[in-house]
Design a protein around this ligand. Sequence first.
Ligand SMILES: Cc1ncc(C[n+]2csc(CCOP(=O)(O)OP(=O)(O)O)c2C)c(N)n1
Length: 296
Amino acid sequence: MDKKTRDELIAKADKLLKYETDKVITWCSGCGNYGIQNALARALVLEGKERKDFALFFDIGCSGNGSDKFEANTLHGLHGRIISTAAGAALANDKMKVIAFAGDGATFSEGVGHLVHGVRNNFPMVFVHHNNENYGLTIGQASSTTRLGAKMNGTPGGVSIEPINTLEFVLSLNPTFVARGFSGDVDHLTELFRMAMRHKGFAYLEILQSCPTYNRLTTEDWYASRVKYVEDLKGYDRHDIWAAKKLVQDMDKEIYLGLIYENIEKKDFLSLQTNREGVKTSLVEEVKHYDVRDLI
Ligand SMILES: Cc1ncc(C[n+]2csc(CCOP(=O)(O)OP(=O)(O)O)c2C)c(N)n1
């Protein structure tokens, strides 16, 4: 992309972001959430999405506080429950791209059951896992993705329980789209957002995110010196689930980013509803309109 086109893109994307409002910004300086929202805004612009074309669903947490910084249809839900809320919206209105966001606490503790069934049902939505490896908003407790030995508020002597290998977990559920990005590489993350938006089923996009205030182990530099790109792996077949499972084993030395696994054969939940087979219209077009003004 030449500089002029890139500047135009950034200017358009910036219009979606509303940092200059009276809403207090609760993100710390250097928080990975800024990079993530910039990438999201750019991806939406590049995919030609207008405000009516998408809805954003935010869980509780620092990540969730992105809901009041985006010029769009947004909903801020309950902790750990955003996948079910967003899935309902995605099934009710297939004309809208539904994107949901949650932290590692919400995704792999409070809401892990919703994640399992979101993947298993292959709901037509994008799910973004902000993995800052701690409970950020409640000031830095260890989560189920915090690494062994990390000294956190609440476990100052160091975490003694092994973290969940998140991608291995998701790959065990027979998913249709698994990708991983890094908040410090906005250009690459923008492309991952675009791919996830084009996917028809449940797109799981994990983002390695620095948390400069509470996670002093996995800093921006820690990630930057370890991340590698699947695009650079000669002969890597992203349709091979065993290759994907092998690739995600290493969580410490060579951490791969990119579209790690994709299955385009498996149908999404909505397409599988047999009662709708042969129906030419969509659910949105079949909604009956009632004039309720006289009742109010
Ligand atoms: C059911 C429930 N349990 C706990 C809380 C308290 N709580 C609010 S924010 C938060 C931490 C969120 O951490 P995470 O999901 O990792 O997101 P982050 O803040 O790191 O983005 C917790 C535990 C809550 N609001 N609801």
